[in-house]
Design a protein around this ligand. Structure first.
Ligand code: SF4
Length: 265
């Protein structure tokens, strides 16, 4: 019996337990933000192939290797998307591959990691995905490619939770510490790196402990009103927003009873 947690779930809980309750406990549809686009998916796949299938006998591939990988991934894209993707990957090539003395072979590309944590007799499975895992000194660097048109504003608390979750999971999987999380914006060629420390892992353990108490005992799911309410998909059901919130739709998952709480998934 386990309870699966992702960085997105932890971030939602940290932002507002009531929103977490609506989304993950009662399974109400969210706004579907951050959905991936066909172009974004093809870019991710091309980058995975660039690193995974390169023979590494020559230190730096030529641009035609990047073109070749892109041509394998264009599938159903429109001609505009194909041209846009090609331009994005060329920029990437000159910014992050051709400018290096050698392209380093990553530990892994396009993968999933899982870690476990026992709190309050609940087993949490921490699940995350990554675009690329590189060696970084005696630790690891996790690379997350971003294909969005604009650079997102990420709250420091939220990135800290993401780092902490990966820290914990990678330590268990590879017995190496996460040293750095890097967000790589493909459209602008910018890279933002965040240093990871054991403090990030402790922070995640603390938030998971709070969530465990909520799941096991409290089940109060207190709303935390803030700027996020403006784009919250659940505002009409929220007692902090309306004196008379709408009842949840019938399609909502029933409130789990105590015995269900013990067999969460
Ligand atoms: S409207 Fe605000 S307080 Fe209510 S659930 Fe959404 S984020 Fe939380």
């Amino acid at each position: 019996m386990s309870y699966t947690l992702s960085a997105a779930k932890l971030q939602t809980y940290h932002r507002c337990p009531r929103a977490y309750y609506f989304r993950y406990e009662r399974r109400l549809d969210g706004s579907g933000f951050y959905g991936s686009t066909a172009l974004g998916t093809s870019l991710h796949q091309a980058l995975a192939q660039i690193y995974q299938d390169w023979h590494y006998q020559d230190p730096v591939p030529r641009l035609d290797w990047i073109e070749y990988c892109w041509n394998q991934q264009i599938g159903d894209l429109t001609s505009n998307q194909i041209a846009e993707g090609r331009a994005i990957l060329r920029r990437y090539y000159y910014s992050f591959i051709a400018s290096q003395s050698a392209m380093r072979r990553p530990l892994a590309v396009e993968g999933r990691i899982q870690g476990c944590l026992q709190v309050e007799n609940l087993e949490f499975v921490l699940s995350g995905r990554y675009d690329r895992l590189d060696y970084c000194g005696d630790g690891l660097e996790l690379i997350d490619y971003k294909s969005a048109k604009e650079i997102e504003t990420i709250e420091p608390d939220e990135i800290d939770l993401q780092i902490g979750l990966y820290y914990l999971a990678l330590e268990q999987r590879y017995q190496r510490s996460l040293k750095q999380l890097s967000l790589l914006y493909l459209r602008t060629g910018e890279k933002f790196s965040y240093t990871a420390t054991p403090g990030h892992r402790q922070r995640v353990e603390q938030v998971i402990s709070e969530l465990a108490v909520e799941l096991r005992r409290d089940r109060r799911w207190l709303p935390v009103p803030g700027t996020q309410c403006d784009r919250c998909a659940y505002a009409r059901y929220c007692p902090a927003m309306r004196q008379e919130p709408e009842p949840l739709p019938e399609a909502a998952r029933p409130e789990p009873g105590l015995q269900l709480v013990l067999s969460l998934n």
